[in-house]
Ligand binder design. Structure first.
Ligand SMILES: C[S@@+](CC[C@H](N)C(=O)[O-])C[C@H]1O[C@@H](n2cnc3c(N)ncnc32)[C@H](O)[C@@H]1O
Length: 259
């Protein structure tokens, strides 16, 4: 299959259809709670501290943190749709969370503002040039206070490669079917995702790509960017049921510090 991927696919894909196709991962409160449980066990977050949920989508992690008493959360994401959705949901629940649309490579936020920067739910590897993630991580370093922590939750490329699944599909409710076809080329996975309604026909036919990191390569990148105290937990899954959750399946958690 020819995977003809628009290099800027990530600027368009994260909309209302994504919240349906990835609902098992990003719209399940139990999954989000288990992710935040782990984050709290790994980094010391205090209620008065400033937290940046970078590439934070519709803000599910910030909302869970807010529920737990961490009231100084900022969500930044490129998707205007997700930012609007998160702001609306948080407002309805009376949560004061700042939602900002922007590019994680150059956020425009003040340097040294945050105690913690979180990059969760597999949000790196989208920009085809290796400079893309380098720029996001350099920006994270700049935004952190001295002694501040970065925590990344991304797919573990080594595990994904070993258990590579080229074809997967799942049903959502009685109507929606999501079919995924994937190819592995070095450290890049390319995928085609077709979303269909049994009643209404084809909803989406998307192509996207992801740069994979293994524990060693993410460690090297973070250290080149200037982080220290880098630690990788190689295997993490917040799911109770078996299944193909796409790039959310085999995750690693990486923590690092700005010295
Ligand atoms: C798989 S979603 C995860 C969202 C959220 N972290 C979560 O776990 O629910 C990846 C998100 O990264 C965002 N993203 C990717 N590259 C970005 C960039 N350069 N700047 C800002 N947001 C970006 C996308 O818009 C998308 O919302």
């Amino acid at each position: 299959m020819n995977f003809d991927v628009n290099p800027e696919w990530w600027k368009e894909l994260f909309d209302e259809v994504y919240l349906i196709t990835d609902a098992r991962s990003v719209c399940d409160d139990d999954v989000t709670r288990r992710e935040i449980d782990l984050i709290q066990a790994l980094i010391p977050i205090a209620p008065e501290q400033e937290i940046l949920d970078l590439c934070g989508g519709h803000g599910r992690h910030s909302m869970e943190l807010h529920n737990r008493g961490f009231k100084k959360c900022t969500v930044l994401d490129y998707s205007q749709f997700l930012i609007d959705r998160g702001r609306k949901d948080a407002g309805r629940l009376g949560m004061e969370i700042e939602f900002l649309q922007g590019d994680a490579r150059k956020t425009g936020l003040p340097s040294e503002k945050f105690d913690h920067v979180l990059i969760l739910g597999n949000s790196l590897g989208y920009i085809p040039s290796p400079d893309g993630d380098r720029d996001i991580l350099s920006e994270a370093l700049c935004l952190l206070k001295r002694g501040g922590r970065l925590l990344i939750d991304i797919v573990n490329g080594a595990t994904l490669r070993n258990r590579f699944n080229p074809v997967a599909w799942h049903e959502i409710g009685g109507d929606i079917v999501v079919c995924r076809n994937r190819s592995l080329d070095g450290d890049v996975v390319r995928a085609r995702e077709m979303v269909m309604s049994k009643k209404g026909g084809l909803i989406r036919d998307n192509f996207y790509s992801l740069r994979l990191y293994e524990p060693d390569s993410i460690q090297s990148l973070l250290s080149e960017v200037g982080f220290s105290g880098i630690n990788v937990i190689g295997e993490f899954s917040p799911f109770n049921k078996k299944g193909d959750y796409g790039f959310m399946n085999f995750r690693m958690i990486v923590t690092a510090r700005k010295s």
